[in-house]
Design a protein around this ligand. Structure first.
Ligand SMILES: [Zn+2]
Length: 397
C-alpha cells in the first residue's frame, strides 16, 4: 500500500498513533450504510436519480440531514431522516454505489479531524486509515418498502440488492488492492413487520452461502420504541429469527440505548439472542448507577460480550447525557472488565469521523490514552471480518 503523508500536528491522538506506527490502520465495526454516505454525495445521488422534493435547496438538504443537537435529542428523532436516505439508496445500483462511497469515505476521511459542510474531506493530515470496515444495513429498507410501510412488497428485488452490496464490497477490496477489508452486517428492523424480517433472515441464510466473507453478521436496529422486546412471545420470535439466519455468523444487537428497554428486558434479550457484541448497552450501566443493579454488567462480563460504543451518536440521542458521563460509562465498563470499542455509527450525517470522536474523548479527558488503545485493539479482535488473527478465535467458538 502506498505510504500516506500524515503528521496530525497538535493532535492528542498523535500521542497514541505516532507517525509510522502500526496503529495507523484501524478497524471500525459499527457504521450504518444510511449514515455513511456524505451528505453532498447523497445530494448528487438524488440529482442523478431524478429525485426531487427532498429539500428546497442544497443548503436546506444539509440542514435537514445533518444530525446535530438542534434536530435530535432522542433516538426516534435521531432516526427521523433515515427514511429519506434509504429511499435515495434504494435499489441494487444505488446500494452498490453507497457501499463503494462508504468504503472510500472510511479509508480517506476516517482518520481526518475536519470535514467540509457536506462531509467533504477537509484535513490534509489524516492520522490513520480505516482498513477493516463493517457496514451494516437493512436491505429491505432499500427496496422502496417504506413507501408502503407495513406492506411486504418493495419496488426493488431484495436478492439483487444483497448481491449488489456483496459485489460492491468485493470490488472495493480489489480496487484498494486489499488495503481495506469490508464486511456487511444485515440489520433486522424493529420497525418492520415479522413477515418482512423473517424473509430477510431467509435471504441472509441464502446469500451468505455465496458470499461467506462478505455477509459477516446480523443485528437488530431501528427505534426501541417500536419493539422493545419486553414481551416473551416477541423475544422468542426474535431469537428464532437469529437462528433462522443460520450458524457461523457474527451476532450483534442494538439494545438498551433508550429507556424503552428496561434492565430486565436487556438481560432477557442478551440471554435469548446470545450475541458476540452489543451496541450501546447504556441501560446496563444506568441500572448500576441508579439502583445498584449490576446484573446487566455482570452478564456482559461473564459472557465476554464486546460493547460497540458510538460516542457522538450516544450524546445526540441522549443515551449518555454529557461527555463527562461518557467518562463515567467507560470507567464503569472497565470496573467490570467489559471490553468496548469506539465507532461513529453515522459519520456522514453527524459530520464526524472516527479520528474526531477519539480526539474529543481525549481532549475532554473522558477517556485516557490507555482506554483508547485498548478499545482500538478490541475492535481488531472483535471484528467479524475473517482476518488471519481472528480466524482462529472464530474456529474456537
Ligand atoms: Zn447503530
Amino acid at each position: 500500500m502506498p505510504k500516506r503523508i500524515s503528521t496530525g500536528k497538535g493532535s492528542p491522538l498523535r500521542e497514541i498513533i505516532p507517525e509510522g506506527s502500526s496503529r495507523r490502520e484501524l478497524t471500525e465495526l459499527h457504521v450504518h450504510l444510511g449514515g455513511s454516505v456524505p451528505i453532498y454525495r447523497l445530494w448528487e445521488m438524488g440529482i442523478e436519480r431524478g429525485i426531487r422534493g427532498v429539500a428546497g435547496s442544497y443548503e436546506d438538504f444539509i440542514t435537514l440531514l445533518h444530525r446535530s443537537t438542534t434536530n435530535t435529542g432522542d433516538l426516534d428523532k435521531y432516526l427521523e431522516v433515515f427514511d429519506i436516505v434509504e429511499l435515495i439508496q434504494a435499489g441494487p445500483r444505488a446500494v452498490a454505489e453507497a457501499i463503494m462511497i462508504a468504503v472510500n469515505g472510511a479509508y480517506r476521511t476516517g482518520g481526518m479531524r475536519r470535514l467540509g459542510p457536506g462531509g467533504e474531506g477537509g484535513d490534509p493530515d489524516p492520522i490513520f486509515a480505516i482498513n477493516q470496515l463493517e457496514i451494516r444495513f437493512n436491505p429491505m429498507k432499500r427496496t422502496g418498502l417504506l413507501l408502503s410501510k407495513g406492506g411486504v412488497q418493495g419496488l426493488f428485488d431484495v436478492d439483487r440488492i444483497i448481491r449488489a452490496a456483496c459485489e460492491a464490497a468485493t470490488n472495493s477490496e480489489i480496487a484498494y488492492k486489499n488495503g481495506i477489508s469490508t464486511g456487511l452486517i444485515i440489520c433486522f428492523g424493529r420497525d418492520l413487520s415479522w413477515e418482512v424480517n423473517e424473509t430477510l433472515a431467509d435471504k441472509v441464510c441464502l446469500w451468505k452461502k455465496s458470499y461467506p466473507n462478505k455477509i459477516i453478521g446480523v443485528d437488530i436496529a431501528g427505534p426501541e420504541s417500536a419493539l422493545a422486546l419486553d414481551d416473551e412471545a416477541n423475544l422468542e420470535r426474535m431469537a428464532a429469527l437469529y437462528q433462522r439466519a443460520g450458524d457461523g455468523i457474527g451476532k450483534t444487537v442494538h439494545v438498551g440505548e433508550t429507556e424503552h428497554v428496561s434492565i430486565d428486558t436487556f438481560i432477557k434479550t442478551v440471554k435469548a439472542l446470545s450475541p458476540h457484541r452489543v451496541a450501546h448497552p447504556v441501560v446496563a450501566a444506568r441500572a448500576y448507577w441508579d439502583d445498584k443493579d449490576a446484573r446487566g454488567l455482570e452478564l456482559l462480563a461473564q459472557e465476554g460480550i464486546v460493547c460497540e460504543l458510538c460516542v457522538h451518536s450516544n450524546l445526540l440521542t441522549g443515551a449518555i447525557r454529557s461527555i463527562d458521563e461518557y467518562g463515567k460509562f467507560l470507567r464503569t465498563l472497565d470496573q467490570f472488565e467489559i471490553a468496548y470499542t469506539f465507532s461513529t455509527d453515522s459519520p456522514a450525517l453527524q459530520l464526524t469521523t472516527l479520528a474526531g470522536e477519539l480526539e474529543m474523548l481525549l481532549a475532554s479527558s473522558a477517556a485516557t490514552p490507555e482506554q483508547i488503545v485498548a478499545a482500538l485493539e478490541n475492535a481488531d479482535q472483535a471484528t467479524f471480518i475473517a482476518t488471519q488473527h481472528n480466524k482462529k478465535t472464530a474456529e474456537e467458538k
